[in-house]
Write a protein that binds this ligand. Structure first.
Ligand code: ZN
Length: 278
């Protein structure tokens, strides 16, 4: 599932895409449930004749500013992808929504598992308002993070996955950050000592920044895996320290990486570097 670095990679690609401010001349919707807020017909009527003026990101959401004042918000969920096509290209298998621009370019939304959604709205805060701070933004401060951790008594991994606590983290980058900070994924958040709170704060930023620098994590070779708009794969899988390395040696201490479940999510950790504090 795309997390903050993958979505940020797509947004940076979109900002360079040559269809910004170009009129949308047609839209094809082959999976009506991929659009929300309007029926498929109304969705097309609202957008055709307008253009996308800007691209932004909030947590794992892609946020498009439309020339009619509305906001188009996309969540890719499990397998959603945006792929840029040239004039005349035909629909590919699993294409759910296709935007056609006046200069001939086409933006294809492809989604094998069909969980992704486009929300067209006048009130973006209704969707984005409940999200926690952006971990790479100014509002995410160590002081506040310490307070928030101490107030809760949840397993730290579940808490980090909670988008209202901190926005944009998912399964991969959470495991990576906890390994870097040396914190057990099932550690109760209020028992994390001050020194480790600081390490975790920095580790979250480090793993996300590295993910962005490597243009995201692509794990497998299947169609459902993350790819950029030009279909290039992200390179961050080569930099993962713990995620999906169960049975292999920890890069720090040589112990065997273990796998467990937290909130139904497979979780990878080093039993020696990430001891639980009671
Ligand atoms: Zn270790």
């Amino acid at each position: 599932m795309p997390e903050l670095p993958e979505v940020e990679t797509i947004i940076r690609d979109l900002k360079k895409a040559p269809f910004q401010n170009k009129e949308i001349v047609d839209i094809s919707i082959t999976w009506a449930r991929a659009v929300r807020g309007y029926s498929a017909k109304e969705f097309k009527n609202e957008l055709i004749g307008n253009s996308i003026q800007d691209f932004g990101r909030r947590a794992k959401y892609l946020v498009f500013s439309i020339s009619n004042g509305k906001t188009l918000i996309l969540h890719l969920r499990m397998t959603g992808k945006l792929i840029l096509h040239d004039q005349g290209d035909s629909l590919e298998k699993h294409d759910r929504v296709v935007y056609y621009f006046e200069n001939g370019l086409q933006l294809h939304y492809n989604d094998t598992r069909k969980f992704g959604r486009f929300y067209l709205t006048d009130e973006p805060q209704e969707i984005l308002g409940k999200l926690g701070p952006e971990p790479l933004g100014e509002n995410f401060t160590l002081e506040q993070f310490r307070k928030d951790l101490s107030k809760r008594s949840r397993m730290i991994k579940s808490l980090l996955l909670d988008q209202s606590f901190i926005a944009g983290l998912g399964n991969i980058y959470t495991d990576e950050a906890l390994w870097e900070a040396g914190i057990h994924p099932k550690q109760s958040s209020e028992l994390i000592p001050e020194e480790k709170q600081g390490k975790l704060y920095q580790a979250i930023k480090n793993v996300l920044q590295r993910g962005i620098k490597n243009k995201g994590t692509t794990l497998g070779s299947g169609l459902g895996n993350f790819a950029r708009m030009n279909q290039e794969r992200g390179r961050n899988s080569d930099s993962l320290q713990v995620y999906q390395r169960d049975g292999e040696k920890c890069y720090r201490c040589g112990s065997k990486i273990k796998k467990t479940k937290v909130s139904q999510r497979s979780t990878h950790f080093c039993p020696r570097c990430q001891k639980k504090i009671k």
